[in-house]
Design a protein around this ligand. Structure first.
Ligand code: PMP
Length: 425
């Protein structure tokens, strides 16, 4: 009933009523009308296996009844109040986050989106240190508000002409020409230099433990330990943006566990709500104490979002989704590495952790790799597989499926990708 106008009419309304900035990367974008665990369906009933999960959001699967039943029950019982009253779901959620977060990250502040969580984390860092400036990594992505866009290091997402000038970018710990240790050392040397010059004005460094939109960039395992030590020596904080990496995605509950580093503040969003908006930033008692003047979010920590997030965390624990991501991610990575062997001219690199993997495509000339990537995405979509893309050159195929998918889905996708690459080789 609701879906009778057809994809052409939907596309036309979008062109007419949305802002022109609204992009999609398919020539022929499907109209998605239904989701069921790892599958999506368009208005013609065509089935797609979702290897993108709305950029790492739907980790527990689309419309997973174990989660939606809790959401629906809460919607019918109590939708919204304010933090002026006591409600149980948000305090239970804060307690659960304290239990699963490493170290002493005990206190949570609830908001509604990743951008807002990072904005709050950065406000907290400024209040705690009494300093204004930030250090960020090139090709990082942190959000769409003025301050979070100011620390975003991907040029295509830096669209505000009046960004905060008090941000210093350092080179990311990755360079295709260098080994990961060398690239990490170069980035740490940048960090040391910036801290030596501006240390007493730096509130924090913000970083994704593994860069998502930057192209699945996983630093050397010692990188963040050394960075945290340098920051500590200069009285600056470390903020981890776990918005894309958090909640099982990389084969650990949080990606920070790969590096053995607990940050001063961590921001979380996306998979926490499995499609329902819920986000938070967490800190220790000591750091959180600096947010001591009135601050409140209308929808942050509302009962529906909080109950949903609790159901997500229950489901992840029951189904051991972080372990599943690690096990299935190894299969997917192995398959992609096999395709790299078969098509060395097309696949340049395979990287990432757990079910957050990227395959960088190559081309003889500039721009060719990005075009090739779009062609692969289009053909895979036509054959029933939704894949993402990211990277500084928009030439990295991004694989971040719901963590509940089956190994057979992975093998089917790899077989199809093999035939698409064969056509394009
Ligand atoms: N940080 C990271 C690492 C992200 O991937 C994103 C969204 N892609 C954001 C922040 C911003 O989150 P939101 O779109 O919910 O504001």
């Amino acid at each position: 009933e609701d879906y009778t106008i057809g994809r052409e009419a939907v596309a036309a309304k979008r062109r007419r009523y949305f802002y022109p900035c609204t992009q999609h990367f398919y020539r022929n974008a499907p109209q998605i009308v239904q989701g069921e665990m790892q599958y999506l369906y368009d208005e013609n009933g065509k089935k797609y296996t979702d290897f993108f999960a709305g950029v790492s959001v739907v980790a527990c699967g689309h419309c997973n009844p174990a989660i939606t039943s809790a959401t629906i029950a809460q919607l019918q019982r109590l939708q919204h109040t304010t933090t002026i009253y006591l409600t149980q779901p948000n305090v239970d959620l804060a307690e659960r986050l304290a239990e699963i977060l490493p170290g002493n990250l005990r206190r949570s502040f609830f908001v509604n989106s990743g951008s807002e969580a990072n904005e709050g984390a950065m406000l907290l860092a400024r209040r705690h240190t009494g300093r204004k400036g930030f250090i960020a990594l090139e090709s990082g992505l942190h959000g769409r508000t003025n301050l979070t866009m100011s620390v975003t290091g991907l040029p295509m997402w830096r669209t505000d002409p009046y960004l905060d000038p008090d941000v210093r970018f350092i080179r990311r710990p990755y360079d295709p020409e260098l080994g990961s240790e060398e690239a990490a050392a170069r980035s740490l040397a940048d960090l040391e230099r910036v801290l030596a010059e501006h240390g007493d004005s730096i509130a924090a460094m913000i970083a994704e433990p593994i860069q998502g939109n930057g192209g699945m960039i996983m630093p050397h395992e010692s990188y963040f330990r050394e960075a945290a030590e340098l920051l500590r020596r200069h009285g600056a904080l470390l903020i981890f943006d776990e918005i894309q990496t958090g909640f099982g995605r990389t084969g650990r509950m949080f990606a920070m566990e790969h590096f053995g580093v607990v940050p001063d503040i961590v921001s979380m969003a996306k998979a926490l709500g499995n499609g329902v908006p819920v986000a938070a930033f967490a800190a220790s008692d000591e750091v959180a104490a600096s947010l001591n003047s009135p601050s409140a979010s209308t929808f942050g920590g509302n009962p529906v979002s909080a109950i949903t997030a609790l159901a997500v965390l229950d489901y992840m624990a029951d189904q051991r989704l972080p372990e599943r991501a690690e096990r299935l991610g190894a299969k997917l990575k192995e398959g992609l590495a096999g395709l790299k062997e078969r098509y060395p001219g097309l696949i340049r690199d395979v990287r990432g952790a757990g079910l957050m993997l990227g395959a960088e495509l190559g081309g003889a000339e500039a721009g060719e790799a990005a075009e090739l990537t779009d062609e692969v995405l289009e053909r895979m979509k036509d054959r029933g597989f939704i894949i993402g893309k990211n990277g500084t050159g928009r030439n990295v195929l991004a694989f971040q499926p719901p963590l509940i998918l089956a190994e057979a889905d992975i093998q089917d996708m790899l077989k199809t990708l093999d035939s698409v690459l064969a056509e394009l080789a």
